[in-house]
Design a protein around this ligand. Structure first.
Ligand SMILES: [Zn+2]
Length: 487
C-alpha cells in the first residue's frame, strides 16, 4: 500500500507539477555532466536500517530532480568474510541490503557506482601480521597492508566476490570510485608514499572489476588528499596507466565551498565530492544528529564555484534521509531544472506536504531558514509552523518528510531554553536536557526508526554548545549515552 499511495501522490497533477514544471522554463544554468547520489548503508543510518519499501520511497525522487547515478559502498566494519560466514551473519544481511538498493536504483533508471576504500577488509581477515600500520589521516581498525602479498591477494579476492555477486544480480556497475583515506591507508615503510601504493592497488582492483563489467569507469575521490599527493598520482597514472582515471572527485573541506586547484592525470575529468549532510560547518547538525538539515545557500554557492572551475561532475555525500531536502536542492540546481533553491523548497512542500501555492511558499521560507539552526528564533518559527500545519493536508504519521521538521522545531525550542537559562546546572536546567535527549530520541526512533548506531549518532560526535559542560558535571551523565570508541 505504501508504494501505491506513493505512486498516486506522484502522478496527481498537483501544485507541485504546476510550480515544478514552470521552473523548467526559467533560465537554466548549464547542467552538470554527472550527478551521483552516494548513499552508504552503514553506521546504523536510515539506509542501513530501511526495509525495501522505505528505501524505494526515500530514493524515488532522485531521478526527477536530475540525479543520474546512485552509489553505495559495502562497509565491512564488524563483518565477517562473506565467503565463510553463515546465512544469518551481519555481513550477509548488510550485503543483501546493498544489493537490494542497487536493484531499486536500476529500476528507477539510475546508473550505479560502487565506492571503495581499498585496503579495508573483514574483521576475521585482520591477521596480526597483516595489519596496516597506523599513521596520519589513517583511520579504521580493519585495514590490512597491501604491500604484503597474501594480504593484497585477499583484498583482490574480496572485491572479486563483490563484483561477481553484483554481476549475477544483474546490476550493471558503471563506476568504481576509490578513497585513499577515511577509511584507508597504511603507514608501513613498504607502503610509502601511501598514495602511490594506493593508486597501484586501485589499478589492480579495477582490473578485477573489468572482468565482470567491461565498460566500468574508474574514478578517484580526493578526500583528505594533499596537493603533492595529486602530483604523485597524476605522474604515476600518466606514466603507467594513461587514461585509467575517468574522473577525480575533489575534496571540499568542511566550511569551504570549492576544491583546491590541483593537477590531475591527463584526460581525467574534474569533479567534486559534495557533502550534503550538514547545514553550515559552524552549526552542530551534521549527520542528522539533531534532525533534518538544509543547506540551500552553501550548496548553491558550491555548485556555482564548481561550474566556474569547470568541475561539472559531482558525487553528493548523503548519510540518510535527514538530508532529503538537500538531495532535492543539489540535484535540482546541478541538473539545471531549477535556478533557485528557494523554489525547490517551495515545490518540496507542495509535493510532500500537499499544500496550496501560498502555503507552499510560506513553507519554503520556513524550511530554508534552518540553514542557520542556532540562529532561528524558535518562538517565532514555532508560531509560523503552527499556522502552516493548520493548512497542511498530508499529516499521515508515515510522512516522515513532514514530521522530521516538526519534531526538529520542538528539539530546538528545548535547546534554546537550555542556552538561555544561564550556565549553572540547576535542577530545572538538567530537566531541560533530559527533555532534549528524549525529543532527539523521538526523531531517531519514532520518525526514522534507526537502530543501534555505530558512532555518527553519538552525542560526542556532534555537540550542542552546552554538551561539554553538561557531560563534565557528573561522570554518570556520560553513562547515559554510549562511550565513543577509540577510533
Ligand atoms: Zn603497508
Amino acid at each position: 500500500m505504501k508504494n501505491l499511495s506513493f505512486a498516486v501522490s506522484w502522478f496527481i497533477p498537483s501544485v507541485w507539477c504546476v510550480v515544478g514544471f514552470s521552473s523548467l522554463f526559467a533560465q537554466e544554468p548549464k547542467a552538470f555532466e554527472h550527478i551521483d547520489m552516494y548513499c552508504p548503508s552503514h553506521f546504523g543510518n536510515t539506509y542501513e536500517v530501511f526495509y525495501e519499501n522505505e528505501m524505494r520511497d526515500a530514493i524515488s525522487p532522485l531521478k526527477e530532480y536530475g540525479c543520474q547515478w546512485y552509489s553505495e559502498w559495502f562497509d565491512m566494519e564488524c563483518c565477517a568474510d562473506l565467503a565463510t560466514n553463515k546465512l544469518n551473519a551481519f555481513s550477509t544481511v548488510l550485503w543483501q541490503n546493498v544489493r537490494m538498493h542497487y536493484r531499486l536504483a536500476q529500476e528507477m533508471g539510475l546508473k550505479t557506482g560502487l565506492i571503495i576504500t581499498p585496503n579495508w577488509t573483514y574483521y576475521d581477515q585482520c591477521r596480526t601480521e597483516w595489519k596496516a600500520a597506523a599513521g596520519e589521516r589513517i583511520i579504521g581498525k580493519q585495514l590490512i597492508c597491501p604491500s604484503i602479498p597474501q594480504a593484497r591477494q585477499t583484498l583482490l579476492n574480496n572485491y572479486d566476490r563483490l563484483f561477481s555477486d553484483l554481476a549475477r544480480d544483474g546490476t550493471t556497475l558503471g563506476t568504481i570510485s576509490f578513497f585513499a583515506y577515511d577509511w584507508g591507508g597504511c603507514a608501513c615503510e613498504k607502503c610509502q608514499p601511501w598514495i602511490r601504493t594506493f593508486i597501484i592497488l586501485v589499478r589492480d582492483i579495477y582490473e578485477v572489476g573489468k572482468k565482470y563489467f567491461p565498460d566500468l569507469k574508474c574514478n578517484l575521490v580526493g578526500w583528505w588528499w594533499k596537493p603533492e599527493e595529486h602530483e604523485i598520482v597524476a605522474d604515476w597514472v600518466d606514466e603507467n596507466a594513461p587514461g585509467m582515471i575517468d574522473t577525480c572527485f575533489l575534496h571540499i573541506p568542511y566550511g569551504a565551498t570549492g576544491p583546491a586547484d590541483v593537477r590531475l592525470p591527463k584526460g581525467t575529468k574534474r569533479g567534486a565530492f559534495v557533502h550534503i549532510g550538514y547545514s553550515r560547518s559552524d552549526q552542530p547538525d551534521e549527520y542528522g544528529q539533531f534532525g533534518p538539515v538544509v543547506a540551500g545557500n552553501r550548496i548553491k554557492t558550491t555548485l556555482h564555484n564548481l561550474r566556474e572551475a569547470g568541475a561539472d561532475r559531482i558525487v553528493c555525500y548523503s548519510e540518510g534521509v535527514y538530508d532529503d531536502l538537500n538531495k532535492a536542492i543539489v540535484c535540482g540546481l546541478a541538473s539545471g531544472k531549477y535556478d533557485s533553491y528557494e523554489k525547490i523548497a517551495v515545490d518540496y512542500a507542495a509535493r510532500w506536504f500537499g499544500t496550496d501555492e501560498e502555503t507552499s511558499r510560506q513553507w519554503g521560507e520556513w524550511l530554508v531558514q534552518w540553514e542557520n539552526p542556532l540562529d532561528v528564533d524558535t518562538s517565532a518559527s514555532g508560531a509560523v509552523l503552527a499556522q502552516l500545519m493548520e493548512k497542511t493536508p498530508n499529516q499521515s504519521r508515515d510522512n516522515w518528510r513532514l514530521w522530521q521538521w516538526v519534531e526538529r522545531q520542538k528539539l530546538y525550542e528545548i535547546n534554546r531554553e537550555i542556552l538561555s537559562s544561564g550556565d549553572d546546572w540547576t535542577e530545572e536546567r538538567l530537566a531541560l536536557v533530559d527533555r532534549f535527549w528524549a525529543q532527539r530520541e523521538k526523531i531517531h526512533r519514532k520518525i526514522w526508526g534507526i537502530g543501534v548506531p555505530v558512532y555518527i549518532f553519538h552525542p560526542e560526535f556532534c555537540k550542542m554548545p552546552w554538551y561539554d559542560s553538561w557531560a563534565a558535571r557528573r561522570p554518570e551523565e556520560k553513562s547515559r549515552v554510549r562511550e565513543p570508541d577509540e577510533r
